[in-house]
Design a protein around this ligand. Structure first.
Ligand code: ADP
Ligand code: MG
Length: 248
């Protein structure tokens, strides 16, 4: 059995290249969770970094020749990241442990919501495992290149219909509203648009869900209409909630 310090050192070794790319330093809590992904044989190595945002970092990883996406929710305000990693247990623990609880819940919600979306027949990455603030899911893309966001591709009729069909399925079958939809949160993989970034999704019973649904639909309609579609936003809303079965 390795000590925590050894586990952290081993994980740091594996993350070295990635840290150079992102300039982000992980705290001990995160390093130990990543370690568990390795020791539990979920993954064998990191392949390449994909994205670094305000709240999370995403990598491609692999195990037994298969690719996976690993999303790590940041636990530490970037200003304090260095201090947190090396002295966090002595210093500022109050704050960081609260933030920690919060991001762990966020990771679990994303894991759960990805499962619900898949159950509802929505194209979304399949959730595989969550350990603390580290989420393992289906990787979208090829071995050379992660799937592009739909903001960077040519949109056609079938993709547009698939996306609104999925928003509807998420609502009617999954009973969820995504709440942060835009051309950034769909990835094109094998000719389908995959819905991602779904931690914040709300239950349709939640009073705020209708406001979010309207915003989601508005974002997507605006995006598609830039390509020359002439989509009626109100029709899409009625289609999503099941009042009509077609919008074209
Ligand atoms: N399963 C996945 N496969 C491939 N790339 C992914 C996957 N999930 C996320 N990404 C990439 O990482 C980026 C950030 O992920 P996202 O879940 O949107 O987090 P956030 O926007 O909160 O940083 C995405 O825009 C996408 O480029
Ligand atoms: Mg996103």
């Amino acid at each position: 059995m390795y000590s925590n310090d050894e586990k952290i050192r081993k994980t740091e070794e594996r993350l070295k290249e990635t840290e150079k790319v992102f300039g982000y330093v992980f705290d001990k809590f995160t390093l130990l969770n990543i370690y568990k992904m390795f020791s539990g044989k979920y993954i064998e190595r990191f392949e390449f970094p994909i994205s670094s945002g305000k709240e999370s970092i995403v990598f491609a990883a692999s195990g037994e020749g298969k690719f996976y996406a690993v999303k790590i929710y940041k636990t530490v305000a970037s200003t304090f990241k260095n201090i947190e990693r090396y002295a966090g247990d002595r210093w500022g623990i109050e704050n960081s442990s609260n933030k920690r609880k919060f991001v762990v819940q966020w990771a679990y919600r994303e894991f759960r919501n990805l499962g619900i979306a898949n159950q509802a027949g929505v194209f979304a990455p399949k959730p595989i495992k969550v350990i603390g603030n580290v989420l393992l899911m289906q990787y979208l893309g090829t071995r050379r290149r992660p799937a592009p966001q739909i903001k960077d591709i040519e949109i056609d009729d079938s993709l547009m219909k698939q996306i609104f069909g999925d928003i509807r399925n998420l609502y009617l079958k999954g009973k969820l509203v995504h709440g942060d939809l835009s051309e950034y949160n769909f990835l094109l993989h094998r000719k389908k648009a995959y819905m991602i970034d779904i931690a914040q999704a709300l239950d349709i019973k939640d009073p705020a869900s209708m406001i979010l649904l309207k915003r989601d639909v508005n974002n997507m309609v605006k995006f598609f209409n830039k390509f020359g579609f002439d989509i009626d936003e109100n029709k899409i809303l009625r289609y999503t909630v099941g009042e009509i079965n077609d919008f074209y």
